[in-house]
Design a protein around this ligand. Structure first.
Ligand code: BEZ
Length: 238
């Protein structure tokens, strides 16, 4: 059977699968992924190209939130199909020259992978030929401390990501794990959570624990309060 070019470049890892492994050169030295991140959450994200404006605004935003993500035990790893010297020159230019939304002298300390062969980008379905066959789309993979992919978001080249949402996803995934609950639309710490119906994910124990405060509107829709401080003190490092 003949395999078309498109078929070859569009395989996409899925939620619940082990993050595909690779070794790569980065602006912070070589990394082995996901092994080097075992025990931490990690966001692996791609951007289309160095020295482009939307990507620059995104890197400045991510870099300025790095500590916030670190407090949630979450590391950041970037990737584009540019080479290491381009990455280094671009990050230096950002630090020395660019101001955006009050951010300046921004130093990007997290690793940025060079992927000139597109090997990693292709493994992660970051090359989407309908959008571009020479640049990665804006992919975001949320990977848990056991190396399992837990959420994937893709954006096209022209659309800068919402970093409040990326942070919200990390906190919501960790809250769901820690308290055996699900998080409803637009959930943020302090909002009520969903107690999953019996027979679905992560259920029974939390149903019993939260019984006194649980509100059921029908068998499939039960919520309970989950205190914001309890969420944040469980998830965030001091
Ligand atoms: C940007 O980051 O500005 C950009 C990159 C590739 C295509 C379009 C925009």
């Amino acid at each position: 059977m003949e395999v078309s070019q498109e078929t070859q470049v569009t395989s996409i890892p899925r939620i619940g699968e082990k993050a595909p492994n690779f070794k790569a050169a980065t602006t912070q030295g070589e990394i082995k992924f996901p092994e080097d991140y075992s025990g931490s959450w990690v966001i692996l994200f791609s951007h289309p190209a160095d020295f482009t404006p939307v990507c620059t605004s995104e890197f400045m935003t991510f870099a300025s939130m790095e500590e916030q993500f670190a407090k949630a035990n979450c590391k950041l790893v970037g990737l584009s199909v540019d080479g290491l010297y381009s990455h280094i020159a671009w990050l230096r230019t950002i630090k020395e020259k660019i101001e955006y939304k009050g951010m300046k002298n921004v130093e990007v300390k997290f690793p940025l992978i060079e992927d000139i062969t597109m090997e990693v980008a292709k493994k992660y379905g970051m090359i989407q030929p309908g959008e571009s066959s020479t640049k990665a789309v804006r992919a975001v993979f949320f990977i848990d401390p056991k190396g399992i992919i837990r959420t994937i978001i893709y954006y096209p080249l022209s659309l800068g990501r919402n970093f409040d949402e990326l942070y919200r996803v990390v906190i919501a995934l960790q809250t769901a794990d820690a308290f055996s609950v699900a998080t409803p639309a637009d959930w943020r710490p302090g909002d009520d959570v969903i107690v999953p119906p019996a027979g679905s994910c992560g259920v029974a124990q939390s149903r019993m624990e939260g019984k006194e405060e649980m509100k059921c509107y029908d068998w499939f829709f039960c919520t309970k309060k989950l205190d914001k401080d309890k969420v944040l003190s469980t998830i965030l490092k001091k």
